[in-house]
Design a protein around this ligand. Structure first.
Ligand code: AHM
Ligand code: MG
Length: 341
């Protein structure tokens, strides 16, 4: 019989599993000296909802939840059945967790009051981004931002609680449902990524302290809108062509963003002739990913201003978005601003 003497000896023949999301969140709680554990619980609730949505996505082709739901959301876009499933799952998990007083969702017109007016956090989310990719089995994602409410704890939450600049986020991140499902988040102390281990049902730390390179050779942009872009954006795209940068654009921002976060490059959804503010929503698409990108050492801009400094005026406000490797975002901003003078 083998006698196990110490942990190092055991590690030689039984590899450690690594750090689970739960354990990581608990360890990191010490970074917030006055935290009482509510944010940790809230992050765990997001992890739980992500697992449930992941399960629904994995089974969608077999269980008949692909395709259109038959209604439009607040933006006049056709809802997919999976948009609705993800929205309900996240709202339910965040409500039952009792740490959130209000939720803003791409799929909801106004704020969702969870009934927990003693809770101090607000969540803004896109429950399923890139959902037009569901039926073709391409990666899709959930994007989330967490804010502290402005109004007094104990009172009903208001829209004002949600109208905060991105720089006020206390945490933000995304879940990417893809070849591997991953959860990546920041609490303002760097960015960490976790890969879902199916048989254990746990997210395991796989990408600690992610850093984005200052420059890269990928660009993600829908060049189908070329005729509608400003001259500054066209100049930058021509520069990308001259540099022989590689195009990688899937129409699923979380997937395109994830590549750039890990490999370097630039993602852009600029304004067009038709949509001066582009397509992407400030509170739950631009802000959270911009916070993650900045925490990884990259930049996020609307061409004129840092995304995280934009004062929101409405729940579903849009903003042109450019984010990625710092040198590339600077170069684009310089080209765009040349015409703004
Ligand atoms: P959605 O929230 O309705 O899914 O829209 C957001 C998505 C992003 O993931 C993606 O970058 C963009 O829309 C693609 O739009 P387009 O097809 O105009 O390039
Ligand atoms: Mg979206």
């Amino acid at each position: 019989m083998t006698h196990i003497k110490n942990v190092q000896e055991v590690d030689q023949f039984v590899a450690p599993i690594g750090t689970t999301l739960d354990r990581f969140i608990t360890q990191r709680q010490q970074e917030f000296p006055y935290a009482k554990g509510e944010l940790s619980q809230l992050l765990r609730d997001i992890g739980l909802a992500a697992k449930i949505v992941n399960l629904a996505i994995v089974k969608s082709g077999l269980s008949g939840i692909e395709g259109l739901y038959g209604e439009q959301n607040v933006h006049g876009e056709d809802q997919q059945k999976m948009d609705v499933v993800a929205n309900v799952r996240f709202i339910r998990a965040l409500t039952r967790g009792e740490e959130v007083c209000a939720i803003v969702s791409e799929e909801e017109d106004g704020i969702v009051d969870t009934g927990h007016c003693d809770a101090k956090y607000i969540v803004a989310m896109d429950p399923l981004d890139g959902s037009s990719n569901i039926d073709v089995n391409t990666p899709i994602g959930t994007i989330f931002a967490i804010y502290r409410r402005k109004s007094e704890v104990g009172t009903p939450p208001t829209e004002e609680d949600v109208m905060q600049k991105g720089q006020n986020q206390v945490a933000a991140g995304y879940v990417m449902y893809g070849a591997s499902t991953m959860l990546v988040y920041t609490t303002g102390h760097g960015v960490n990524g976790f890969t879902y281990e199916y048989s254990l049902g746990e997210f395991i730390l796989s990408h600690p302290n992610i850093k984005t390179k200052p420059s890269g050779n990928y660009y993600a942009c829908n060049e189908g809108y070329w005729n509608d872009y400003s001259q500054g954006v066209k100049d930058y795209l021509n520069y990308c062509h001259d540099q022989h940068y590689k195009t990688r654009y899937s129409g699923s921002m979380v997937a395109d963003f994830h590549r750039i976060l890990l490999k370097g490059g630039i993602f852009m959804y600029p304004s067009t002739k038709k949509d001066a503010q582009g397509k992407l929503r400030l509170l739950y698409e631009c802000n959270p990913l911009s916070f993650v990108m900045e925490q990884a050492g990259g930049k996020a801009h609307n061409g004129i201003q840092r995304i995280l400094e934009i004062e929101p005026k409405s729940l579903h406000q849009r903003a042109p978005l450019v984010m990625g490797s710092a040198d590339m975002v600077d170069k684009l901003a310089e080209m765009v601003q040349k015409y703004a003078k």
